[in-house]
Write a protein that binds this ligand. Sequence first.
Ligand SMILES: [Mg+2]
Length: 410
Amino acid sequence: MKIVDIRATTVAVPLEAPLRHSNGAHWGRFVRTIVEVEADNGLVGLGEMGGGGESAEAAIRALLPYLAGHDPFQLETLRFKIANPTASLYNNRTQLLAAIEFACVDLIGLHLGVPAHDVLGGRVRDAVPFASYLFFRYPGAGFDEIRTPDQLVEHARGLREAHGFTVHKLKGGVFPPDYELECYRALADAFPGDRLRYDPNAVLSPAEGLRFGRAIEGLSNDYLEDPVYGLEGLRQIREQVRVPIATNTVVVNFEQLATNVLRRSADVILLDTTFWGGIRPCVKAAGVCETFQLGVAVHSSGELGIQLATMLHLGAVLPNLTYAADAHYHQLRDDVIEGGKLPYADGRIAVPTGPGLGVRLDADRVAEYAELYRELGGYPYDRDPGRPGWYAQVPNERFADPALALDPLG
Ligand SMILES: [Mg+2]
């Protein structure tokens, strides 16, 4: 099997509402680049890439001269052909590599007639548990804002009833820490049997991170995720707070993982199939975590069905996945795959069992959302439509005002 063509299509798929985060917001839609890698036997493998609200079409297409004639089975040489670690100092293609790796794993499975998880070691579970992913939101068409503790709890209750979540992740770093602490405690009070996690995307100062961490000791915390920035910052919090510390920001490659093994800063590593350059690097990293008894969870950098499938196959093959995975997926209104969005049942999504990644593109949906992208274009992920001129600093001391009800995109 040899690669003969690489195609890329940018789509914009609507979210229920704009999602607020520490750096700005997802402005009511996800912009994702759908990757199709065609082989000489006519099979087409699927990949997907984010890009902070922007298209990655040109960068994906530019890989064809590097990969024409490449055998998709050769995943290790794929890495060196486009993401050699020293060449990457000049041209970092880690996320592009991930999108192509997804497509090659898909092609291998399609060619052999087996699901991706059988290529990756075989599945140890048939469904992957997920956390609800709770955001503060601006209003969206048909959806009210989520800003107050009551609105947040009501939203979580609805998701819990609809999808069966028993783990809840609050994405913070938007409002002042004391206000978000009040929101987190409201969730703990409302769902006393459930597990919780809080992630302010590293914007707290060391002093605020320490204060927040100590204030939530005694609640049903899975972990405190990236309360502050940097391995040394996390280590300081970890040494003084009795809550496990997790990260998806400063352990995103093997060098950093080695540092964290030698001098522990985080207890739980959130593996992201895009940030780490593919599904297989995440499987390898999980092996290191198993050896050194670090916790493993699955990170969400925003996903449509193709990326979600990579997370499901990853989750399927990790014996040491003892935490629910994260996904923005329930925030989407639709998907680009055949059959539409994959369903949750009892807080889980079934691992696809068809050949390859087990999801195929729905041509009509792709056309519809490619048209929506042409209409709306990208969006600045690191800007907030409700706060013109503002940009995030780390640590942040200019938080949004929780008293303001805004509808900046309405
Ligand atoms: Mg995070």
